[in-house]
Every structure is written in structure tokens, then in C-alpha cells.
Design a protein around this ligand. Structure first.
Ligand code: CUA
Length: 162
């Protein structure tokens, strides 16, 4: 092969290709560290349900708070135009709460103000996220997906008691 037939890559171009590849590795390390070392989580699609029958039986038949073990709660919440059931949840400070939320009609949102809890609530799907609430206070949860005329008024409240 003569010198002319070889693919010529400029010295600087070669350097930037290497830097680009190194950048991908660095980002991959960040993503893995966020997920495994720091516990970042993406809102999960926990399970598929039938929105027409989800409140007939099972956990969503009686939405609300359940204490699984001391300081460890599960909150089952249904969203519908234009309210959440239950509208209000109270836990003691230091509690870990895992939210299970589903919609019985159209797409809604669930954003817990002042926390990183923010998830889409899609009919037919159970969204889940958990968080530990160390600081006493009142946290409003609001609907973040336009769901109709009453969307702006769709809200509820998590009360963390000191
Ligand atoms: Cu429910 Cu917007």
C-alpha cells in the first residue's frame, strides 16, 4: 500500500476523536455512579394495570398510606380529573415513603413541591418513586400534565410532622 492510499487523519482530528471517545467513557462512569453509588432513580413503570378496574380490588381499592415497617410507608394514590385520592397524607419526620400512583382516567402528573419527586401518571401504568422526609413541613403535590378544565386546581398535600 502506498502512502497515498492510506486514510489520512489529521493529527488534531485524531486527537479530538480520542477526546470524544474519552468523554463518552467519563459520562458513562457518571451515569453508573449516579445510579449505583448515589441512588438516583428514574421514575419506574412498576406494573401495568387496567385503569377501568384498578380501583375495584387490590391496593388501589383503598388508596392511602400503609406502614410496612417502623418508619417505612407505602402511599397508594389515584389521580383523576381533577383530584387525588387521598388528598392529604401525614407521616412522621424521618419516614421513608414509597409512592405508587396511577390514573383512572387521563394522563396526569405528580410533583411533590420542594423534593425531587416528579412523575407522569399514565392510565394503565403504576408510577413509583420513593423518598425519605427528614424535614417537618407541608409539601403540596400538584398535577403537572394538562388534564382538562380543572387541571390548575388539582393538588394535594403531604404533611411531615416533627
Ligand atoms: Cu391532572 Cu392536570
Amino acid at each position: 500500500m502506498t502512502e497515498q492510499q492510506r486514510l489520512h487523519i489529521d493529527r488534531y482530528e485524531k486527537r479530538w476523536i480520542k477526546i470524544s471517545i474519552a468523554t463518552l467513557f467519563v459520562f458513562a462512569v457518571f451515569v453508573l455512579a449516579a445510579g449505583f453509588a448515589f441512588g438516583f432513580q428514574v421514575p419506574g413503570a412498576y406494573e401495568r394495570v387496567n385503569p377501568q378496574t384498578v380501583t375495584d380490588s387490590g391496593a388501589f381499592a383503598e388508596p392511602g398510606l400503609r406502614e410496612i415497617s417502623p418508619g417505612n410507608y407505602e402511599a397508594y394514590i389515584t389521580a383523576q380529573a381533577f383530584f387525588y385520592t387521598p388528598r392529604e397524607i401525614t407521616v412522621p419526620a424521618g419516614s421513608k415513603v414509597t409512592f405508587y400512583i396511577t390514573s383512572v382516567d387521563v394522563q396526569h402528573g405528580f410533583k411533590l413541591q420542594g423534593t425531587n419527586i416528579n412523575v407522569m401518571v399514565v392510565p394503565g401504568q403504576v408510577s413509583t418513586l420513593s423518598s425519605t422526609f427528614e424535614k417537618p413541613g407541608e409539601y403540596d403535590f400538584i398535577c403537572t400534565e394538562y388534564c382538562g378544565a380543572g387541571h390548575a386546581a388539582m393538588s394535594g398535600k403531604l404533611i411531615v410532622e416533627g
